[in-house]
Design a protein. Sequence first.
Length: 293
Amino acid sequence: MQLFTTSEAASYLRLKERKIYEMVAEGTIPCTKVTGRWLFPKAELDHWLATSIQRPPGLTRAEPAPIVAGSHDPLLEWALRESGSGLATLAIGSEAGFERFLAGEAIAAGMHLHDLDDPEADANVAALKARSDVGDAVLIGFCRREQGFLVPSGNPMKIKRIDDAIAHRARICMRPKGAGAQLLLLALLNRAKANLEAVQAGPMCPTGPDIAQAIRAGRADTGIATRSVANAAGLDFVPIAWEPFDLLMRQRDYFRPSLQALVRFLRSEELSARASEMGGFDLSAAGAVRFVN
């Protein structure tokens, strides 16, 4: 959590320090007092500013872009198209998609976060609970996905866990900073008491299919992606963990026709059949509300 001092908060809000102290005394600005000093959480200030906007009569709130930003998932791409939602995808990683969503640049975000100390923890819900700038939010379950190491047919390096990849100097595909698979890699390294410097970094791959292509082309030895990606590419798969993959949206946007079309489709037989064909998906929580703020 980023904390501002009184002078830093004044600079951030473009006010005089005296005015900040007046607002503290009036109880009109979010703040906390620690060992006699007033501190101002940046996230709380941002939320306070966003919720205090006054609009002239007739001026409505800006419409979010019809985009689901965040993590790439082939089943989600298919569902967006087949449901008739009219929504596009922007595969930029879970954390980057989250930030685009908060900035109003996407109507929803697909996310699968991982805790550095516990790869199997439900990090999506934990991340939302830890932030104070995610107002009017609802987290809808899309699926649980099986993540693992993609390896060439026969698994020539006999990779079963991250320690094997380190020992064999396997070229591991990297994902962009903040991508769910990269967070999972960092968590596995942390569990093995290692860091990124201990591995042989392979090519940077924005999505799971990019990892599969790099391995098939001989540019990398392994990388973390879903079982469905391995199946589609004809690669072997070494399971690591099942993870929740969720859709974050505003409560006010949940009822828009585009998102309603998608949510209805989450319980369809068509989606269930497609998930079974692709492999590595559990749809038991599809469409369920997992978090409300």
